[in-house]
Design a protein. Structure first.
Lengths: 171, 228
């Protein structure tokens, strides 16, 4: 990703270009979303910080999709690498595999949340069972990138959909 | 492992400043002579190890520099890294930094540093920040760049600028040298080129505001002009 961005910067189109917004926008009706209705319990609410989705009132599907793509772009290619200090390359690889990967995921999630927060989307908690349907794994023959785009479309449909009835998270 | 502990681990591995960088970044014992062909960025900070990165905007008609090996930092004439050391002053005159730069318009990119393992760490002000002119033959005084308390749980940890005012200490070594207070303008969103945490500069009266996530130039009432 960084290599692509670097090449784009050669063309002078990286900054302010909002390349993420230029991808095709599918018709919202073509995007299936799971039923988000559930009855809140204390157990569900304890996990809201892990399992949630975004919603903003009066937002079009195309706007939500562009916003989600932008925030996704801010969350990719996290650079942090934990190393082994004076203990060498192998220690560094082990440290990075254990701690670095977790830190990168954490930063990516945080960037996404910061970005969506600035865009004034609100978060709504879910039971894990529904969340996993929104974030379903790759289908047969589906690439990682295709899955990513599919999930963003699902999230955009939800973010621009009906006002959630339950699960509002107080920030 | 806490985020704070890991940050300390990475920061401790930061590569030492090169000789060339040291000559551009003034230490407590370096003579200060203002070259009329150069400009100088000066600021105070509230912590000891402050890494700050600036982006120089291309001048009209200027060609983008070469990008070697896919590393955006290879555009050496575009990115300016002020490292945690050397500092211009410490002690009673406060923690201050002075860095020679090519004259031009600069954008405060954030508190970003690179470790000797090549990884970048820190927080970019990618979702809204400030730009200013660094004129030739002048020291441009940014005021104070405040770092957040990383011990606090509140994140993100982006820096913020308090523009120069007459209550701020000016180091005695800058007395008699041409120095101007920075005139800040709104800068737009920037991509997270270095893969770090993201934040935005706080709104600044008369300078920077936000329409949701869109940085607004208060002087014009319009979105901040794209970066050049």
């Amino acid at each position: 990703m960084r290599r692509i961005l670097a090449k784009l910067s050669l063309l002078g189109i990286v900054f302010g270009a909002a390349a993420w917004a230029q991808a095709a926008t599918p018709p919202p009706d073509a995007v299936e979303v799971p039923d988000l209705d559930f009855t809140p319990t204390a157990a569900f609410e304890r996990d809201y910080d892990k399992y949630f989705y975004y919603h903003r009132a009066n937002t079009e599907f195309a706007t939500a999709l562009a916003d989600l793509r932008e925030c996704d772009a801010y969350s990719r290619g996290i650079s942090l690498r934990a190393d082994g200090g004076p203990y060498g390359v192998l220690a560094g690889a082990a440290t990075d595999a254990i701690f670095g990967a977790a830190q990168r995921r954490d930063i990516a999630r945080r960037n996404f949340r910061v970005c969506m927060g600035f865009k004034e989307y609100r978060r709504y908690g879910l039971p894990r069972s529904i969340w996993t349907r929104i974030h379903s794994p790759e289908g047969p023959g589906e690439t990682g990138e295709a899955r990513r785009e599919r999930l963003l479309r699902v999230q955009a449909r939800i973010a621009s959909g009906p006002q959630p009835r339950v699960g509002a998270i107080v920030e | 492992m806490t985020a704070k502990w890991l940050l300390c681990l990475v920061m401790s591995a930061l590569a030492p400043a090169t000789a060339a960088q040291s000559r551009q970044q003034f230490g407590s014992g370096d003579p200060i002579v203002v070259d009329p062909r150069s400009s100088y960025i000066f600021y105070r900070t509230n912590i000891s190890g402050a890494n700050i990165r600036f982006l120089r905007e291309y001048e009209p008609g200027e060609s983008p520099g070469p990008v070697k090996g896919g590393d955006p930092m290879s555009e050496r004439d575009r990115w300016v890294q002020v490292r945690h050391g050397p500092r211009l002053t410490g002690g009673r005159e406060g923690k201050t930094y002075l860095r020679a730069v090519r004259p031009g318009s600069y954008i405060l990119y954030g508190n970003v540093a690179v470790g000797n393992n090549g990884a970048h760490v820190g927080v970019c002000l990618c979702m809204g920040t400030l730009r200013f002119d660094a004129p030739a033959g002048q020291i441009v005084d940014l005021g104070t760049i405040l770092f957040p308390d990383v011990g606090a749980s509140k994140r993100p940890w982006g820096v913020s600028v308090v523009p120069f005012d007459s209550t701020m200490v000016v180091p005695s070594r800058l007395a008699g040298l041409p120095r101007v207070a920075a005139e800040f303008r709104a800068a737009p969103k920037l991509d997270n080129i270095f893969g770090v945490e993201i934040d935005r500069h706080d709104a600044m009266p008369g300078v920077l505001a936000y329409d949701r996530d869109l940085p607004i130039d208060v002087r014009t009432g319009r979105p901040a002009a794209p970066a050049r």
